[in-house]
Design a protein around this ligand. Structure first.
Ligand code: NAD
Length: 238
């Protein structure tokens, strides 16, 4: 695969999809730096910095220190909280909005604006931006916001020829989804219920979503811009 030269920044690089993307970029022998509110485990050999994506000063300090040109950005940091709209409390709604939406704005402001001309940015949204769910309506709304934001960013950065896309995964076997399954009375049943909604009858592995992100970052996707790529094994179509 061909890539722009420069460093690739991945948010949410300590776990799940973000971590798989860091590993794939490293395997491609690219320069990669991850940031996350959580420290990485010791098996991560690439540079990792503690940054809260809702904290503007953290992001500014991080981006001010970057000396290398940025070739690409993947913003994967995010949370999912489930709950019916009738019972979800305001603190949880605010947390979702802050991390998923405000975090995307701040990452775009402090890291995205520093991407060199011709670079690429991928914001991780979700298939739930496109389908209704009573289980996590506020989360879905935050992911819909990311999809809309990405389109505007692609327009904003057109003079710099930066491609900006949303990656919308379906159910992916990560600590985020495992936590949600574990909250239900029968985690195995909850997992099976998610799998039954997918034509391939299984959840994605983080590496499969990482492959899609790598494609979107690469020059192989040189004409893909302002797009939302749904990687859900066939869920939203039926
Ligand atoms: P995960 O919980 O395994 O990883 C998310 C990472 O984001 C964690 O390392 C966490 O520490 C980090 N993070 C959370 N808040 C942060 C903050 N304020 N600042 C910096 N880092 C922060 O989850 P995942 O499943 O890998 O999810 C990655 C992205 O993919 C999320 O945006 C999620 O909404 C999205 N997504 C996940 C699924 C799924 O089924 N797992 C499906 C669709 C979309």
């Amino acid at each position: 695969m061909r890539f722009q030269s420069g460093v690739f920044i991945v948010t949410g690089g300590s776990s799940g999809i973000g971590r798989a993307i860091v590993n794939r970029l490293h395997e491609e022998q690219l320069d990669v730096i991850s940031i996350d509110i959580t420290p990485s485990d010791q098996s991560l050999t690439t540079p990792h910095f503690i940054v809260d994506v809702t904290n503007e000063q953290h992001l500014k300090n991080f981006s001010d220190k970057l000396k290398k040109p940025i070739a690409g950005l993947v913003h994967a940091a995010g949370i999912q909280l489930t709950g019916d709209i009738a019972t979800m409390n305001i603190e949880d709604m605010q947390r979702l909005l802050e991390i998923n939406v405000l975090g995307s704005f701040l990452v775009a402001k402090h890291v995205g604006t520093k991407i060199q001309d011709g670079g690429s940015a991928v914001f991780v949204a979700s298939e739930l931006a496109f389908i209704g769910t009573s289980e996590s309506p506020v989360y879905s709304a935050t992911k819909g916001a990311i999809v809309a934001f990405v389109r505007s960013l692609a327009v904003s950065w057109k003079n710099r020829k930066i491609r900006v896309n949303a990656l919308c995964p379906g159910a992916t076997d990560t600590p985020l989804l495992q936590r949600i399954w574990n909250e239900s009375p029968s985690p195995e049943k909850a997992r099976r219920a998610d799998e039954e909604l997918i034509l391939l009858n299984r959840c994605a592995q983080p590496d499969e979503i990482a492959s899609t992100a790598i494609f979107m970052l690469s020059e192989e996707a040189s004409f893909v811009n302002g797009h939302s790529l749904i990687a859900d094994g066939g869920t939203v179509i039926w």
